[in-house]
Every structure is written in structure tokens, then in C-alpha cells.
Design a protein around this ligand. Structure first.
Ligand code: CMP
Length: 150
């Protein structure tokens, strides 16, 4: 099982609605390791680079406007097959179609405001992580719960 890293964005509505903790908590409980985390206000340049694959689509301009309208949380999660695991936890892009039990299925009703973004492949993960984090902002450490209970 490959240990992978994936980029997750907690989109602006997650902060606005006060559900950042609940969403992060799901990833922690699943056993994913937070190796980088920051709050930032995306500018247009970063948003356009992040969503370059969607340029020209009808939802592109509203998406760029929305994602730059308020701060968000960016994080890198690490774990066995983290890319696929996190995508499954997020659920279908359209929250209304997302299964209950998934993050989008439990917290959203929108396609644009769909709570989280998660990298969809190892190529995307590598590219997206580099957009948001410099290597010295990503931390290697042992995740050993028992060490902290002594
Ligand atoms: P995300 O996983 O961040 O990747 C692209 C984003 O575009 C997606 O989540 C949604 O926020 C948005 N998106 C995708 N499809 C649509 C759509 N049909 N209408 C509006 N927004 C969309």
C-alpha cells in the first residue's frame, strides 16, 4: 500500500459556517496524518493556477470569484492510499448527489460550495501541494498516539 500525500482545501463556506473542526476531525479519526496546514486568502493568480484544468467551463469564472472571496484552509494529508481515501470521504462533487456519511453528503447542498477540494490523482496532488506549500512547510514526524498518553 503506497503512502501518499494529498492536498485538501476546506473551502470558504467551511470557515464561514464554523465547521472546520468537524471536517478536520473526520480526517484525523480516519487515521490520516496532517503534515501541513495553513489558513490563506487565495488570490486570482493562485486560483487560476489551481483550477487551470477547468478554464473555459461555464462554472469557471464563478468558481474563481467564489474561491477568492474569503479565506480558506489548505492542508496536506498523508496516509495509505490517501488520495483515493480522501476522495471517497469527500463524496460526489455535487453535494446533493453525495452519499450520506461523506463530507459533502453530510454538510452541503451545493456543487460550487462543496465544502472540500481533494486532489484527484498523484499528478494533481504533487502539482497542487507545490502550489500551496513550500517543502519546509511540510513536516515529517512520527504519528504515535501512545507516546503522548504517557
Ligand atoms: P473541486 O473539487 O474544488 O474542483 C472543481 C470545482 O469546481 C468543484 O470542486 C466545484 O466547486 C466546482 N464545480 C464543478 N462542477 C461544477 C458545476 N457543474 N457547477 C458549479 N461548480 C462546479
Amino acid at each position: 500500500m503506497p503512502v501518499e500525500r494529498t492536498l485538501v482545501l476546506l473551502k470558504p463556506e467551511t470557515l464561514q459556517r464554523g465547521i472546520v473542526g468537524e471536517v478536520i476531525s473526520r480526517f484525523e479519526r480516519r487515521g490520516l496524518k496532517i503534515v501541513a496546514l495553513k489558513m490563506l486568502w487565495m488570490d486570482r493568480d493562485l486560483a487560476e493556477r489551481h483550477y487551470a484544468a477547468h478554464r473555459g467551463k461555464d462554472f469557471y469564472e464563478p468558481l474563481i470569484e467564489y474561491i477568492t472571496s474569503s479565506p480558506l484552509i489548505a492542508m496536506v494529508l498523508e496516509g495509505d492510499e490517501a488520495i483515493e481515501v480522501v476522495r471517497k470521504m469527500a463524496g460526489s462533487t455535487d453535494c446533493r448527489e453525495a452519499e450520506p456519511g461523506t463530507i459533502r453528503g453530510d454538510f452541503g447542498l451545493s456543487t460550487q460550495k462543496n465544502i472540500v477540494h481533494a486532489s484527484d490523482s498523484s499528478e494533481s496532488a504533487e502539482r497542487e501541494i507545490a502550489l500551496f506549500f513550500s517543502p519546509d512547510e511540510i513536516h515529517d514526524y512520527d504519528l504515535s498516539v501512545s507516546r503522548w498518553l504517557k
